[in-house]
Design a protein around this ligand. Sequence first.
Ligand code: ATP
Length: 588
Amino acid sequence: MLYSKLVQLYQQLESTPKRLQKTNYLAQFLSTLNDEDISHTMLLIQGRAFPQWDQRVIGLADKTLVKAIVLATGKTAEEIEQLWKTTGDLGNTAATTIATKKQATLFSEPLTTKKVFENLQKTATMEGEGTVDRKLQLIAELLTSAMPDEARYLVRTCLEDLRVGIGDGSLRDAIVWACFGQELSLQYSEQENDLALSDEQRTKYDAHVTAVQEAYDLTNDFAHIFKISKKGINELKNITLTTGKPCNVMLYPKAQNIPEAFETVGKPAAFENKYDGFRLQIHKNNKAVLLFTRRLEDVTQQFPEVVHRVNNFIQGNSFIIDAEAVGIDLATEKYLPFQNISQRIKRKYDIRATAEKSPVVVFAFDILFYNNESLINKPFSQRRQLLASIIRPQKNQVELAEQQIIEDEQTAEAFYKKALASGYEGVMIKKLNGIYKPGSRVGYGVKLKPIMETLDVAIVGAEWGEGKRSAWLSSFTIAVQNEKGELLEIGKVGTGIKEKDEEGISFNHFTELLKPHILRNEGKNVFVKPTVVIEVAYEEIQQSPTYSSGYALRFPRFVRIRDDKSLQTISTTTDVEKLYGEQRGRDS
Ligand code: ATP
């Protein structure tokens, strides 16, 4: 397929903020895809060259791209940087530069999506000496053949900043529209921006959306789901878990208290400690072990000791196990806050030394797949029984989550109190005959913890400090998301961040984290590409015209960086409204 066709889609998507209209553009585009183009084009639509769960990323630096534009256009780096200053966007800069370039491209071939994809993949997989130059050549080769609009999106893709405003939800719906549109008699009216479905049609439509979502939750692979959907809705039911490809983890809604928890999950229920670390999905296929975080990042290399333990202390040829990895101080046997081990997730070098310095213990709490069989539709009690039978627990290395089956409130209260007294975050309360529903918060289990709910927010801006803090970003603008995934500001936070690196997460640390993502400066204010998610506590939520969310946090305080959370899973305006309502209920 010609890359220009994909660029046309990008432009259409960018031209409208309306989700349904975007879905319509996507669906029309998908309907024109040839089978051989599906896999790579589906990734390019998402601005990727690799699936989310692949360790490889494109990740080219601004500077490299400036050099590639120089190579492709014959302009000087100064000219390009000057233009970049005025446009504020390297993609637009590339487009303008290509449009006015001196070098003729009469003989260059039109770009295809396949060529773009191949070159992007190659740049990401190159390692060793001379790599920077070779990467440059690959990108310059693409830019040389690119028309101005193509150059814009090429550069944005290289920067992993496509900004066409589509999320997983739109792609999922577009697959439904493209594959089942006729059968469901879907007709999108651009004027009304509506599908105008009757109740009966709506029910059928929702069932199709759910089927596609469920298949996606199992595989995280839209290309695969699209290919299967083209064969018919029933084919989707055959999609199952595979070791090596992470599935979305099941999430747990919050219960206010023990009676409410019992109401949701039934009696008796399984009570477990709530370990405070990060979620680890453990895959094994023969000797090959893979470890994924909740965001589906592959962290196998970062945790060699866990791989070793999985091979030695858990039986089975193939399995997928759900677990929590918790930092531990082996001298005192005390569990450590997530912050102490979070740096291990990103670590690329000195892995052994870091592993020794920041050990983790793994608590296994569920099993989804065993010896080539999916277990997600089996009751939790059976899954847990199997899990217990295949693990040979090793203290402070790999353990089974502590569990007690409880049916009366008094015993439940005692279990909860004991968990808190032992320093756990709270308890998880699970339905004994509940299935495992990837990606959902369905109530087959709930969490119960005492503290005031915190918010997970994205940092979207900051302010340079004053006086001795002048080299640091010191006050951070934070945002929650609305249902469309747009970020809306809710306040500024500086409290809770340390002056000195030795004391914990410092201003210096944040400055280093955010600097590469600064989009523009306005006086002392900077705007950053949202990449960092943090958890904040606060005293109260207030309504406020100051911030675009309509709310402000009173006395916000930084709690920790949430490396394990993606932008798509940060708190929503609905969460904020709910908390605001609950707080009013409490006050009155
Ligand atoms: P969310 O509700 O979005 O998951 P969150 O990450 O703040 O928000 P938590 O309050 O951390 O949610 O509670 C759920 C997490 O608790 C799980 O994702 C898992 O990582 C962790 N966890 C710890 N112990 C257990 C356990 N025994 N069973 C299941 N999950 C556990």
